[in-house]
Design a protein around this ligand. Structure first.
Ligand code: FEO
Length: 407
C-alpha cells in the first residue's frame, strides 16, 4: 500500500489520501488501531485548480511529491483551508516554501490569525463570508460557515459544477476504507462504526452545532451528489448521503433507535467482574445487543470505542469501585469524557463496590449532576455479593431490560 494514494473521484476532482497506519492515538488521545487517512482534494476548473485542505505536516514531503503528479503547482489558483487543525492545514507551510506555489489562501476570517499562530507563516489570504460565492472558470465555490465542526473557523465548500460538498472533519471517519463509499450496504457494514466513533471523539462535544449545520444544509436545499470529507472515504450518491445525514442527526440528538446496552466495568480483583457476569446472565437476550468494555489487570478496551458505542445506545451501565476515597481513576477519566462527548438523555445504571466507604457512588452522582443522563437505578455492594445483593442485582437487571423495551 502506497503512503499517498491518488484517485480521481469524479471528472475534475482528485483526492490525495495519506494513509497513517502507524498512528496509535489520534490527537494524542484517541486509540485508533484502525488508522486514519488525511485527505486533500484538487479541483480542476477552466481557469486553474483549487486545492482543498492539505495533510498533516509529518507527511508533507510525500504529499507534495504526489501533488506534483496531479497538478502543476503554478496552476493552483486557490487553497481553501476549511479548518486550521494541523492534521489538515499544516502542509501549507511546506507548500509555501516552494517558488512555484503562488496560490491565494481562502478561509474563515479567523483562519488568517491561526495560520500565523499555528504555522508561523504569512500567506496571501482572502477571508470568505458565510454563504459567499466565488466564480472560478466553469464553476462556483460557495462557502458556508459551520462553526465548531470542529473548530470555530470551520467552513464547508460547495462546488456547484460537481454538486460536491467539501466537508473536512464532518462526515469523516477513522480507518483506511476504499476511497469511495457508494453502496448503502457497504456504508452500514464497513463504515458507519468508524464514522460514528470519529464523530463522537472529535465533534461530539459540539453536537448542538452539528444540528445547526444540518438545519443550515437542509434550509439551503443544496443538491449534494458527493460529500468529500478530509478523513476516510468520499460518499457518493443520494442513498448513501441521505443515510449519513440522517445518522448525523440521530447522533447529534443522542437518540437511540435500537436495543443496545453498553456496559463499562473496572475490576481490580474480580469482584466487579462477577457482578457483570451475573448481570449479563439476565440481560443477554436475542433482542438486545450488548457491548461490554472492560478495564482489568489483564485487559483494557479503547475509551474511544466506548464513547462511539454510547452515543446511539439505549442504556448504559457502569460497574466500578471506590479508590482513594473517590471513584476508580479510570472510571473518573472516562466519565469526564462521556459527559463531554456523549452526554445525552439516556438511562444510566450504576453498580459500585467498596470495602469500608462507598465513595464511588457519591463521586459518580456528583459528576452526573451536570449531565443529561438519567440515573434510573443504582446498587452498592460491600465487597462480596450477599444473597440480598444478588436479589437486588437481579431486580436491577430486569429494570435495565425494561428500559431497553424488552420486558
Ligand atoms: Fe481532522 Fe479537527 O481535525
Amino acid at each position: 500500500m502506497e503512503l499517498v494514494e491518488i484517485k480521481e473521484i469524479l471528472k475534475d476532482l482528485v483526492v490525495l489520501r495519506v494513509f497513517d497506519k502507524n498512528i496509535k492515538y489520534f490527537e494524542s488521545l484517541w486509540e485508533i488501531p484502525e488508522g486514519v487517512t488525511y485527505n486533500s482534494y484538487i479541483l480542476r476548473t477552466s481557469e486553474g485548480s483549487v486545492l482543498f485542505d492539505t495533510v498533516k505536516h509529518s507527511f508533507s514531503e510525500e504529499y507534495i511529491n504526489a501533488l506534483k503528479k496531479v497538478v502543476d503547482l503554478r496552476d493552483i489558483k486557490y487553497v481553501v483551508i476549511q479548518h486550521m487543525e494541523p492534521d489538515h492545514s499544516s502542509s501549507l507551510k511546506a507548500l509555501k516554501t516552494l517558488s512555484e506555489f503562488k496560490a491565494e489562501v481562502l478561509g474563515h476570517p479567523l483562519t488568517a490569525k491561526l495560520i500565523k499562530s499555528l504555522l508561523g507563516i504569512d500567506v496571501r489570504f482572502k477571508p470568505v463570508k458565510d454563504d459567499e460565492e466565488l466564480r472560478i472558470g466553469d464553476t462556483t465555490l460557495r462557502f458556508l460557515h459551520v462553526p465548531w465542526l470542529h473548530w470555530p473557523e470551520t467552513i464547508f465548500t460547495y462546488v456547484e459544477k460537481l454538486k460536491a460538498l467539501m466537508s473536512c472533519d464532518a462526515f469523516g471517519a477513522y480507518g483506511i476504507p476504499p476511497h469511495i463509499i457508494s453502496d448503502v450496504s457497504d456504508l452500514r457494514t464497513q463504515y458507519v462504526k468508524f464514522m460514528r466513533k470519529y464523530f463522537v471523539n472529535i465533534i461530539g462535544h459540539y453536537r448542538d452545532n452539528v444540528i445547526k449545520a444540518l438545519d443550515k444544509l437542509a434550509a439551503l436545499n443544496l443538491k449534494i451528489d458527493l460529500v468529500a470529507p478530509s478523513h476516510g472515504a468520499a460518499l457518493l450518491g443520494s442513498n448513501v448521503i441521505n443515510e449519513v445525514l440522517a445518522l448525523y442527526r440521530v447522533w447529534a440528538e443522542g437518540k437511540s433507535e435500537n436495543r443496545k446496552l453498553v456496559i463499562l466495568y473496572t475490576s481490580m480483583y474480580g469482584y466487579n467482574e462477577e457482578i457483570v457476569k451475573r448481570l449479563l446472565d439476565i440481560v443477554k437476550d436475542d433482542r438486545v445487543r450488548v457491548e461490554v468494555f472492560k478495564f482489568t489487570s489483564y485487559h483494557r478496551d479503547n475509551v474511544s470505542d466506548f464513547l462511539g458505542e454510547v452515543i446511539d445506545a439505549k442504556a448504559i451501565v457502569l460497574v466500578t469501585s471506590t479508590y482513594d476515597n473517590s471513584v476508580f481513576p479510570i472510571t473518573k477519566y472516562i466519565l469526564e469524557l462521556l459527559l463531554s462527548k456523549s452526554n445525552a438523555e439516556k438511562p444510566l445504571y450504576i453498580v459500585t463496590t467498596y470495602g469500608w466507604n462507598d465513595a464511588a457512588s457519591r463521586e459518580i452522582k456528583n459528576m452526573l449532576k451536570a449531565s443529561k443522563f438519567k440515573l434510573l437505578g443504582e446498587l452498592t455492594v460491600n465487597s462480596l455479593l450477599t444473597e440480598a445483593d444478588i436479589q437486588k442485582l437481579s431486580n436491577l437487571s430486569k429494570e435495565i431490560l425494561t428500559s431497553l423495551e424488552v420486558s
